[in-house]
Design a protein around this ligand. Structure first.
Ligand code: ADP
Ligand code: MG
Length: 799
């Protein structure tokens, strides 16, 4: 439960479970969900009899776990978003940090939950829904000025990669900019080289998400299995400020798709605890260690530094953050041990307490301006009280006059006598100093001193009583002066920090204008005018392309005929192409809807204009009548005009609803288009993988085709379109000459342009598979035809 104390929220990490639909049978027997209690639900996992023996050493039959809420198989994405992500998004909007992370074995639905399914619009996950929600809220709130950025980080093998770098056409993970961690003296983590892309609306943010997802997909090779072994962190950065106010609020919302939590089963002595088995992913092991440490009382050292992921998520784990975990479960018989592990992990996470504080800071420039204003006001007030404007120093005459007064006062033996210098702090101060000097110099006798002391006390009292207010004002002035000094120092330091960061940036990236998070953080914090310019520049530089480059690329074209034909067959049988067709259908439908809506909107606008015209007409008529003498006509309420106005209001209302629906439709259409593009890229990539596999197989099965000493050379080569463009002519000639050769000399069927060789690893979106040798392509094709059903099978296994 949350304890809200002013600007702090103390709360344990909220832990939810989501059970993936299993389809077909499987349902009964393995688990049950108990939703009776209001605030918590419990999940019972029942170990089937036949598994219980060899499974765990204590042979329990069932395990019970508590969750904030359990989303069973039927739960839809909108429901999951409403109860899990919406509250966190609201906190982020209010200035608190938030994190939602999905944890579970591969295939349990982490990506589905965080990003969404690749097929249907309704399957979109937490990230697109959160973006949509946040931008809608921002639009509604005109009381503040908001700035939003997104970043997308992938961590694979302890290396961070920036998925949003628009300058790269990544074909491998290693092509993406490497992100490294830097810790500043205040132990705050900065991510160097992770770009923060500004997104001013939902559409821009979605484009960035898809850019990142596509990079993630393309960079994945069967070898690295990135989606299983890497962590992806999509972060929405929000800052807000009320106009005229000096306080800025910053918040970060991390949406995290963790690596698969599956462990290597320990094949030790029979009955060994499976939960002790090691994680495949070492950083999840460190995550678990951090969580164990956090759950222990009185533990001062938390081993965040052991892995990049725990460093990045440091605040989200026991720090300044509203954190939520979703345990994704694929609860069938085979996965029972993994599911239990996931639930156990979740129970530990549920013990962690976080303290989310409002991330507010003060813009020193604005603060100084405000304080200066306040000082001026105080000075004016002072002048008003004393009745005259003060100069800094007392004049010589004034000083002489004061000395006289003091002397007279000291000599006066009347106990009632007072030293009245008027309501002027400078004079009062001078008097005290002067008296002090007189005392120190022992110019007056002991006796005199005593009497003087007494009268001084009285004097003090008198002055204090009369000038209390004045003194307070003076003190306030002093205080403000100090504050200004401090702030000026802060500003200087801030400036220096920014300069240092800039210097480092130049030093590290060789002067290239990479938008570094550390830099932008500093800059954002200081909000100096130059920083705004820098941010903007960087943005323009790094993300001016609205449509992502891969979306406009053409497929085919340069494929050899055999290869092309194979691609057609592959496409036909590929499971995803069915989805593409479905989506195409849907898209057509949505387009038609949008078109007719657009027409209706236009119609309504015309109608409104027409009605307005009628009103004007009536005004003219009335004016004419008035001129003709019936002047009372002008003042009379015109029932017809009233009716027309009401009608306009009506039409305006429906215009507005139609317009909003059209806007919604636009977002959906965009999303569908992006989904389709993604499916296309994936199809091509799958084809390439399959094609090269087939080529390898073919080569192994028909070794006579090639010279064995040169086998490596006949692997299909993937050439980037850009490279092909630049080296086009020479490639063409090479290809031709080489075809001629190949009939006679089989040892040289290689087709690989030397300069491009090092960079011609699979780069799916832009590349086309090409053995470059029609003979080989034809052979492969013949081979495909002979084995007719391969594709069919392949298509199924891809589902
Ligand atoms: P993970 O990211 O944990 O490895 P995925 O999210 O990729 O798992 O899910 C594996 C498969 O199961 C995907 O095809 C996905 O679409 C499907 N899936 C997962 N969760 C659901 C769900 N709640 N409803 C429908 N399909 C789901
Ligand atoms: Mg996944």
């Amino acid at each position: 439960a949350a304890v809200s104390a002013g600007a702090m929220m103390k709360e344990t990490i909220r832990v939810y479970a989501r059970v993936k639909p299993l389809g077909r049978r499987q349902r009964a027997g393995i688990y049950s969900v108990d939703d009776d209690e209001k605030s918590v639900s419990s999940l019972e996992i029942i170990v089937p009899r036949d598994l219980a023996d060899g499974f765990v050493n204590n042979k329990r039959e069932s395990y019970k776990f508590k969750f904030q809420k359990i989303f069973d198989q039927e739960a839809k994405q909108d429901v999951v978003f409403d109860s899990i992500a919406k509250p966190v998004a609201e906190c982020a909007l209010a200035g608190y940090n938030g994190t939602i992370f999905a944890y579970g074995q591969t295939g349990s639905g982490k990506t589905f939950t965080i990003t969404g399914g690749a097929e249907r619009y309704s399957d979109r996950g937490i990230i697109p829904r959160t973006l949509s929600y946040i931008f809608h809220q921002l639009q509604k709130d005109s009381s503040k000025v908001y700035t939003t950025h997104v970043s997308y980080l992938e961590i694979y093998n302890e290396c961070g990669y920036d998925l949003l770098d628009p300058r790269h056409e990544a074909s491998r993970l290693e092509d993406l900019p490497k992100v490294t961690i830097m810790e500043d003296p205040d132990q705050i983590i900065h991510l160097k080289n992770l770009s923060l892309q500004q997104a001013t609306n939902e559409e821009e943010a979605l484009n960035l998400l898809f850019l990142g997802d596509t990079n993630r997909m393309i960079a994945e090779t069967p070898m690295n299995q990135a989606s299983t072994r890497s962590h992806c962190i999509f972060t929405i950065h929000i800052s807000s400020k009320e106009p005229g106010s000096a306080t800025i609020r910053h918040s970060k919302l991390h949406l995290v798709d963790l690596a698969g939590s599956e462990r290597v089963a320990k094949t030790g002595v029979g009955g060994h605890l499976l939960t002790e088995a090691k994680y495949i992913n070492l950083s999840l092991h460190y995550l678990e260690q951090v969580i164990i440490a956090l759950a222990e009382k009185n533990r001062s050292h938390i081993p965040y530094r052991n892995s990049m992921m725990t460093s990045v998520l440091r605040d989200s784990l026991g720090g300044n953050c509203m954190t939520t975990m979703i345990a994704t479960l694929s609860l069938d018989k085979r996965n029972i041990d993994e599911s239990i592990s996931t639930c156990r992990f979740a129970q530990r996470v549920a013990l962690i307490k976080n303290e989310a504080v409002l991330n507010e800071e003060i813009d020193p420039r604005l603060m100084i301006a405000q304080l200066k204003k306040e000082i001026q006001e105080l000075k004016d007030e002072l002048a008003l009280v004393t009745g005259k404007q003060k100069t800094a120093e007392l004049s010589q005459e004034e000083l002489l006059r004061l000395n006289e007064l003091i002397e007279r006062f000291l000599e006066d033996n009347d106990p009632e006598s007072i030293l009245d210098v008027g309501p002027d702090m400078r004079k009062i101060k001078y008097c005290f100093i002067h008296v002090k000097q007189l005392m120190n110099h022992s110019k007056i006798s002991e006796k005199n001193l005593l009497s003087q002391h007494v009268s001084e006390e009285k004097d003090k009292q008198g002055i204090q009583a009369g000038k209390e207010e004045l003194r307070k004002l003076k003190e306030l002035l002093q205080q403000r002066d100090n504050e200004i000094n401090i702030l000026v120092n802060m500003l200087k330091k801030e400036k220096k920090k920014a300069q240092d960061a800039l210097f480092q940036l130049h030093a590290v990236s060789g002067g290239s204008k990479v938008l570094e998070q550390s830099l932008s953080r500093n800059l954002e914090e200081s909000r100096s005018p130059s920083s705004c310019v820098n941010l903007k520049e960087a943005k323009d530089f790094s993300f001016s392309v609205r449509r992502l480059p891969f979306l406009s690329r053409q497929t085919g074209g340069e494929m050899s005929l055999g290869c092309q034909e194979a691609f057609e067959v592959f496409k036909r049988d590929h499971a995803d192409s069915i989805t593409v067709e479905d989506n195409k259908q849907l898209l057509r439908q949505r387009f038609a809807e949008a078109k007719s809506l657009g027409e209706k909107v236009n119609e309504l606008r015309n109608k409104i204009n027409h009605l307005k015209g009628e009103i004007t007409q009536r005004h003219i008529q009335k004016a004419a009548l008035a001129v003709a003498g019936a002047s009372e006509e002008l003042n009379k309420l015109d029932p017809i005009e009233e009716k027309l106005r009401a009608q306009i209001e009506e039409e305006k209302k429906s215009y507005k609803t139609m317009f909003n629906r059209l806007k919604g439709l636009k977002v959906e259409i965009e999303h569908l288009q992006l989904l389709m593009e993604k499916a296309k890229v994936k199809l091509q990539k799958d084809f390439e993988v399959w094609w090269s596999e087939e080529a390898t197989k073919l080569q192994q099965e028909k070794p006579d085709l090639v010279n064995t000493s040169n086998t490596a050379a006949v692997y299909p080569q993937f050439i980037k379109s850009s490279q092909r463009l630049s080296t086009n002519s020479s490639l063409e000639t090479r290809r031709i000459s080489h075809n001629e050769e190949s009939t006679g000399n089989k040892s040289s069927i290689t087709f690989s342009y030397p300069t491009s060789k090092s960079r011609t690893l699979p780069s799916s979106s832009s590349s086309v598979p090409l053995t470059g040798d029609s003979q080989i392509d034809a052979d492969i094709l013949a081979f495909i035809k002979a084995r007719g059903n391969i594709l069919q099978k392949k298509g199924k296994s891809l589902q």
